[in-house]
Structure formats: structure tokens, C-alpha cells
Design a protein around this ligand. Structure first.
Ligand SMILES: Nc1ncnc2c1ncn2[C@@H]1O[C@H](COP(=O)(O)OP(=O)(O)OP(=O)(O)O)[C@@H](O)[C@H]1O
Length: 452
């Protein structure tokens, strides 16, 4: 979703209210819902506040994101309010840290609502974006910055490539042709303000790998797709496998593809590496086809989300300590034949939408629960079925490297027993590993994470 298209100047305001309830009313006041049948401002305020009582929408970083699905014709409506002194709310001290309220109304028919919420949340987690918003003092400047932050690279000034970058890109095109590559992958984070690759790679499927918010780039004609990743490591291709995996699940690549990858250090403004990757060889025979890779019921965006959380856990740990974690994704009924609860299920009783891993508010909950023993069971559509589940598959053996213990063994055996996929974060090494059909595929090597 291109959120900047829904940001109207008149709905970006400086709030007069000092408490959360009045701030929500003030924002709803600037939303024009008069043409939407059955919608009243009073009803909307009541809905949003009711939701807030059930689950906070404070995202951290000074941003609150109240949201609701409503019956309206347009897909989305957005209102943004600034409140430099925070807001009072029912004794919750964290609301005093709120600097911006970002109110999102989405039509019941809006596709990928949770996915849109997640990408919105990612924008606010980007330090650079937040600094730009904080720096804008005048409301008019803030409105401009807000538009630009959400428009992504498209509206940022184009940066000039130096001669060396052009040389690397041209040579990469020659290598791609000579090696009969089908696609070209460019690590766009090498460039702070986006990358001009289009014309050099004519005739190839051109895919950007970018961290965060480069959705706008997909709308450029010459870019066929953008694969989002969470970029942490200071190594060139550290997240290549994760990106290729996402590309495979989304159907951007097939296992027969050969890729020419061009990268450099993140934000260095300098390409310095070209690598040719045969997907089949890199991923072993595990992924002979898309269906081999992706369990029947699992949506690609759910794997992307779990991978993102797993990567963050591997890199950041929890309160300064490393944590390990096991996510099992697939048909929940099948998985439950091989699991037993170790604790009372913390997700029991919540609405599906509120316990869906695609919901950005679940990030913190999942990370918090990662420290308990056992696995997360996740349904293919992203709904978190349980945490703290013991996987027990006595009839399935596995051949794992020595040094890998029972968490990895559990992932190896359940992925043999049924059509599911596991992602494991090792508590001892920080390595992120995918398990499918009993085989393991290290996605982010421990050395790369710990050294970065
Ligand atoms: N069968 C299982 N089902 C679910 N979780 C498990 C299972 N076995 C172990 N775990 C979880 O993994 C944790 C670590 O176990 P262990 O050290 O044996 O595994 P490991 O594969 O070496 O993982 P790590 O690299 O994280 O240490 C356990 O404390 C438990 O929370």
C-alpha cells in the first residue's frame, strides 16, 4: 500500500488535546466520513477507544497507531496528529511518551490490511525516518516530511553514481549475460537514497533487496519486485538466503533460476561485489519446486514476518541476553497431533486478528514469550495458535550436525512427520535456520550476526 497517497494535508494536524480520548476525537473530526453510509464520528471514536482498552496501540518510539476496520467505500483513510507533550490516558504512563498519533481507518474490503499495518509500523521503527519527523518544527514542514517518509525512495533526491558504481553495474550486466542468469538482484541498501539500476539490466528480471520501506520502487517500470529484509549485518550478502527464500515463496524466482547478485556494505554508496548464485545448488534439493518449499496452507507473507522476528531476536536477544526460539508453521491441527502444552496457552481467547503474527502489535508479545520453553505454533494464515508447546515426534529420526540439541532436533523431526516448516533461532549461537522435510538450511550464519 502506498500510504502517502492517503495522507491529505488537511488531516495532518497539531493536536490541542492533552488526553488520548480527546485526541482521537480531534483526529476523527478531520476525517470526512459524511459520504460513508452508516458511519458516524461518534461511533468511530467509540470503536477506536474500545479497541484501545482491549489492547494498546502504542508502538513505542513515540508513535501510537489506533486503527479499525470500518464499512467504507475508500480502502483507507489516515489522520495524523502531533502532540509534543504526550497524552494522558487512564494512568498509563507510556502514553506520556506519545509524540504522534497515526490513525488508520481501513475498509472491510481493504486487502492485506494486517500487512499494511506491519509495513506502517516498520516506517516508525526506522530511526532515520523518526529523526526527520522530529526535526520538522513547522506543521507545513512536518506535512512535507511525512509525505516523503511514506513515499519512500521515489521522492528522495536521486544520488549520482560515481564512475566506479557504473563500472560495476555494467560489468555485472556482462557477467549476468555470460553466465546466463535469469534475474539480477541488487542490494539496494548499499545506497542510502535508492539505486538507479533499471536501464543497465534490460532483459533481466530485476529485483531489489531492501530494508524497510522501499515499496515505492516496485512502481518503477524497470524494477520487477522489491524483497524487504531486515538489514543488520555489515556483511555484503548476509541476508541473501533469506531474500531468495522470500523470492521463492512469493513466486518471484523458481528453483531453476540463476541469479546475479550485486552488493556492497549497507549505506556505503559503493557497490563492490558481484556473485552468481544457482538457486537449486544454494538451497539443495530441498526446494525442487515452490510447493516443496512452502507448506500447502502457509502464506508467503507469514514466513516473511516470522523470519523478520527471528532475525531480530537473533541479533538483539532480549534485555541484553541471547534467546532461542522455535516457530512451527503449517496446518495447526496436524501440528497439534505432535505437540503438548508446557504452559497455559497465552493466546487462548483472543480474536484471530488480534493474535495474528502479521499484526505489528504482536511483535513485542512474541519476543516477550520467546523466553519461555517450547515452540510457537502458527497457522498458515499467521494466527498464533499457541506458545510453550513441546514437540514430540518419537518415530522420526534425523541426522543433524553434532552440537545441535533438542530444539533443532524437534524442528527436524516434525518437518518430516507432517507438511510444515520450522524456523529456529539458536539461543547458543544466534544462528537462524529453516527446517523443511527434515533438512536444515542455515539462513543467517552465526558468525555474520555476532560479528556485525
Ligand atoms: N521438543 C521440543 N519442543 C519444543 N521446544 C523444545 C524442544 N526441545 C527443546 N526445546 C526448547 O529448546 C531449548 C533449548 O534446548 P537445547 O539446548 O537442547 O536445544 P538446541 O537445539 O541446542 O538449541 P540452542 O541452540 O538454542 O541451545 C529448551 O530449553 C526448550 O525451550
Amino acid at each position: 500500500m502506498r500510504i502517502d497517497r492517503y495522507i491529505a494535508q488537511s488531516r495532518v494536524i497539531d493536536l490541542k488535546s492533552t488526553d488520548f480520548e480527546s485526541a482521537v476525537s480531534e483526529l476523527i473530526e478531520v476525517c470526512d466520513v459524511s459520504k460513508e453510509r452508516g458511519l458516524t464520528k461518534k461511533g468511530l471514536v467509540a470503536d477506536l477507544l474500545d479497541r484501545e482498552r482491549q489492547m494498546t496501540t502504542y508502538l513505542g518510539h513515540g508513535v501510537c497507531l489506533p486503527h479499525a476496520r470500518v464499512n467504507m467505500k475508500r480502502p483507507y483513510m489516515v489522520a495524523v496528529g502531533r502532540c509534543p507533550n504526550g497524552l494522558a490516558y487512564d494512568g498509563h504512563s507510556e502514553y506520556q511518551d506519545i509524540r504522534y498519533i497515526f490513525l488508520l481507518l481501513a475498509s472491510q474490503n481493504a486487502r492485506s490490511y494486517l500487512y499494511s499495518l506491519a509495513s506502517l509500523a516498520r516506517v516508525f521503527q526506522d530511526k532515520g525516518h523518526m529523526e526527520r519527523l522530529h526535526a520538522a518544527e513547522k506543521l507545513s514542514d512536518f506535512r512535507k516530511e511525512l509525505k516523503q517518509v511514506f513515499a519512500g525512495e521515489e521522492s528522495q533526491p536521486r544520488r549520482r553514481h560515481n564512475r566506479f558504481n557504473n563500472l560495476i553495474l555494467r560489468e555485472a550486466a556482462k557477467i549476468a549475460k555470460g553466465a546466463q542468469c535469469t534475474s539480477v538482484l541488487v542490494f539496494a541498501d548499499t545506497f542510502g537514497g535508492g539505486v538507479e539500476v533499471g536501464k543497465v539490466f534490460k532483459g533481466f528480471k530485476t529485483v531489489l533487496i531492501a530494508h524497510g520501506t522501499s515499496e515505492a520502487a516496485t512502481e518503477r517500470e524497470e524494477i520487477d519486485a522489491v524483497i524487504p529484509i531486515r538489514s543488520y549485518s555489515n556483511h555484503r550478502f548476509s541476508q541473501l538466503r533469506s531474500a531468495v527464500l522470500i523470492g521463492l515463496t512469493r513466486g518471484i524466482f523458481s528453483s531453476q533460476d540463476r541469479l546475479c547478485c550485486i552488493g556492497g556494505l549497507p549505506q556505503s554508496n559503493q557497490f563492490d561485489s558481484i556473485t552468481v548464485v544457482d538457486i537449486e545448488r544454494e538451497f539443495d534439493t530441498m526446494l525442487a519446486s515452490k510447493s516443496d518449499m512452502l507448506p500447502a496452507t502457509v502464506k508467503p507473507e507469514v514466513i516473511e514476518r516470522v523470519l523478520a522476528i527471528a532475525t531480530e531476536l537473533a541479533v538483539e536477544g532480549r534485555e541484553g541476553h541471547p534467546v532461542g526460539c522455535l516457530f512451527a508453521l503449517g496446518n495447526a491441527e496436524q501440528i497439534s497431533q505432535y505437540t503438548k502444552p508446557l504452559i497455559l496457552n497465552p493466546f487462548y481467547g483472543y480474536k484471530d486478528e488480534d493474535r495474528n503474527i502479521l499484526n505489528p502489535f504482536m511483535d513485542e508479545t512474541v519476543k516477550e514469550l520467546s523466553s519461555i520453553d517450547g515452540a510457537f505454533i502458527i497457522r498458515g494464515d499467521g494466527v498464533l495458535i499457541s506458545a510453550g508447546s513441546l514437540i514430540h515426534t518419537p518415530d522420526y529420526t534425523h541426522e543433524l550436525h553434532s552440537g545441535l540439541g533438542s530444539r533443532h532436533a524437534a524442528a527436524a523431526s516434525i518437518t518430516q512427520a507432517i507438511d510444515c516448516l520450522c524456523i529456529v533461532v539458536s539461543g547458543s549461537s544466534g544462528q537462524v535456520t529453516l527446517f523443511r522435510r527434515g533438512k536444515m538450511l542455515p539462513l543467517i550464519e552465526k558468525a555474520l550476526i555476532r560479528n556485525s
